[in-house]
Design a protein around this ligand. Sequence first.
Ligand code: 3HC
Length: 330
Amino acid sequence: MYSQGLIGADGSTNETEEFLAAFQARIDAEEKIEPNDPMPAGYRRTLVRQIGQHAHSEIVGMLPEGNWNTRAPSLKRKAALLAKVQDEGGHGLYLYSAAETLGVSREQMTEELISGKAKYSSIFNYPTLNWADMGAVGWLVDGAAIMNQIALCRCSYGPYARAMIRVCAEESFHQRQGYEIMLTMCNGTKAQKDMAQDALNRLWWPALMMFGPHDGDSAHSEQSMKWKIKRFSNDALRNKFINATVPQAEFLGLTIPDPDLNWDDTLNNGAGGYVHGPIDWDEFWRVVNGDGVMNRERLAARKRAHDDGAWVREAALAHAEKRAARMAAE
Ligand code: 3HC
């Protein structure tokens, strides 16, 4: 039984209508829920699920770019990419720590990831074929992540919201270094601009999928928005991303690979916005369910790193035990 929680050993809960109403009133009053506050089992479960998957996405998200650290075209590009990949590792640690405040262990979350039980963002199951992909990943993937993570800075769960504030500050550097790579290539030779266009063609639609299924097909959105875990719907954030990114592509002189993309003046209370073409949800679910180009390689790489790092964990734990024993004997 979690000390603060209402989850029985059999998974049952004793949540009365009064308790649930009092909790919702706190949410509606924009109060932050903290780890030791009583909370509905479903609220805890949704946060463990989302924060855990978010953390996994940060860690697995290091793999596509990490592969290019040794292939960067200059020392400056190498230094920027190393810094970015290192940041992502830190984001994963903040998020695992935030999830641990809900009573789940890092070991358990890591096991669920390595066994394929836990999800991570589908975007990371696409290959990064050349240096232009490093630009497109920073520009589009981190750009999409920022759109989503800025909203999470106002999440009702305190540790998650606070972790996002530092993440977003670093994420904006990630997006800018990616866009600067794209700008350099688009101002380069025709071959370089063609590489940038090819990277946009391959990563545009998977980046839109990062925001999740359409609102009507989202299993969790309605409740997550009621609990103010989510502040905007999947489609609202996706459209914000599209509206912000299309002008950036135009500035680069690149074409968004969506023949149905068009501007509609009537959207957003007359401010206008882009209408996009159909997203291939069969591809989305195929990749989410493990049949993407890189799913097996990503999990194998994560498992290898976990196995290779076992001695570090064992040494750190042995040191901590020795230190604790010495302090207890003093
Ligand atoms: N990839 C994999 N699974 C996805 C997905 C995606 N792009 N989009 C949705 N899903 C899954 C959901 O996890 C859920 O499955 P589950 O019930 O087994 O968990 C199912 O599809 C239904 O989707 P919902 O919209 O109902 O799920 P959510 O309410 O959780 O919304 C989300 C999905 C918008 C991704 C939300 O979970 C979220 O905001 N997560 C936090 C942000 C995040 O994880 N971003 C991923 C990228 S992080 C990143 O790129 C960092 C960068 O620096 C590298």
